[in-house]
Design a protein around this ligand. Structure first.
Ligand SMILES: Cc1cc2nc3c(=O)[nH]c(=O)nc-3n(C[C@H](O)[C@H](O)[C@H](O)COP(=O)(O)OP(=O)(O)OC[C@H]3O[C@@H](n4cnc5c(N)ncnc54)[C@H](O)[C@@H]3O)c2cc1C
Length: 325
């Protein structure tokens, strides 16, 4: 069959349970802005029907399925990308900037000798081809990048893209993949970690409430969690809060932590050091509560409250709870 001349190949991140990762809708939304989305679902045969369906609902015109060995790390995804790329001849390949996505994108770009444009917060098309947009140096600059030849491989920051594509009756096709036999680490076992919280994951969350050193103790950090729960938000933290033992490192937002791009980011008792801003500056709406009116966090905040967070936050929670009644 022939594929659309403006095809954009999207590698869907498939979870070990065969679902499409939450990044899928934004990847396909971005692809639809610059061409016709063709999704690639690479997973052991017959295990990822949910991901195939999700790709269609999220706007893929065509879904290619590839039987990928789950016991080998990354190489089966790269082999599938290579086969899909040769078949579809897309104008760009979009991959989530997740850990697995970054790995696959890097290896594929090296193998196919393509430009790798990383951590894009947007994509567009001009007369010469596909352009990726980035927020760099801690959000201080917006830059564009494009490839001088070949379809670029673009990793897309989770949560950065609002565009969504219309659901499609996707045409599903089995992709034939020749295993490259390239060296791959093997996966010994996959163990599901019991979710200890019903809060959303920090990466990709639509709302994030983060706390800093201003929370003063692990016991008082609970206030951050209470506001997060009132908003259905994920919990983040500054490095100072992590170093002080208020919360585990996996919650750290910033240069040496997680980068987030939520619709709403609330910073409580966080000064707004450049290393923290690097991980949250692309949030759509930033709210800061800090008792120091000169704190740099207010430079990037859309809304700021200068006040003691222990006075302000309980009132915010009360107001939110009152609205729910
Ligand atoms: C290489 C490197 C990498 C780094 N990576 C990261 C990173 O990934 N993420 C990160 O966050 N940091 C990172 N840092 C650390 C960063 O430079 C800052 O030290 C850190 O972000 C400060 O955290 P904070 O804002 O919580 O603390 P502080 O800077 O101490 O700020 C605390 C704030 O709380 C306010 N406050 C205090 N009490 C109250 C109250 N009762 N009510 C309201 N406000 C109150 C204060 O006014 C102050 O503004 C990195 C640093 C380096 C050198």
């Amino acid at each position: 069959m022939s594929y659309p001349a403006d095809a954009i190949l999207v590698l869907v991140d498939v979870t070990p349970t065969g679902d499409a990762a939450p990044s899928t809708a934004a990847l396909l939304g971005a692809a639809a802005q610059i061409g016709t989305p063709v999704a690639l679902v690479a997973a052991p045969a017959g295990t990822a029907q949910a991901a195939v369906d999700a790709a269609g609902s999220a706007g893929a015109a065509v879904v290619l399925t590839a039987d990928a060995d789950a016991t080998a790390l990354t190489v089966p995804l790269v082999d599938a990308l290579q086969a899909a790329d040769a078949l579809v001849r897309p104008d760009a390949i979009l991959v989530s900037n997740s850990i697995a996505g970054r790995d696959a994108a890097g290896r594929f770009a090296a193998r196919a000798e393509r430009a790798l444009l990383v951590d894009a917060i947007g994509v567009s098309r001009d007369d010469e081809g596909i352009v990726a947009h980035h927020s760099v140096y801690g959000g201080a600059y917006l830059t564009d990048s494009a490839a001088t030849f070949g379809a670029p491989v673009i990793t897309v920051r989770q949560g950065a893209i609002d565009a969504r594509a219309e659901a499609q009756q996707a045409q599903v096709e089995e992709l034939s993949v020749t295993a490259s036999g390239a060296a791959a680490a093997s996966v010994g076992a996959i163990e599901a970690v019991e979710a200890t919280s019903s809060r959303p994951d920090l990466r990709g969350a639509a709302r994030v409430v983060s706390g800093g050193r201003g929370l003063a103790s692990k016991e008082k950090f609970v206030l951050v969690e209470q506001l997060a729960d009132a908003l259905g938000a994920a919990v983040g933290a500054s490095r100072a809060a992590v170093d002080a033992g208020y919360i585990p490192q996996s919650h750290q937002v910033g240069q040496t932590g997680v980068s987030v791009s939520p619709q709403l980011y609330i910073a409580l008792g966080i000064s707004g050091a450049i290393q923290h801003r690097a991980g949250m500056q692309t949030a759509k709406t930033i709210v800061a509560i800090n008792k120091d009116g000169e704190a740099p966090i207010f430079d990037v905040a859309d809304f700021g409250i200068v006040g003691d967070l222990f006075t302000v936050v309980p009132q915010v929670i009360e107001a939110l709870e009152a609205r729910k009644k």
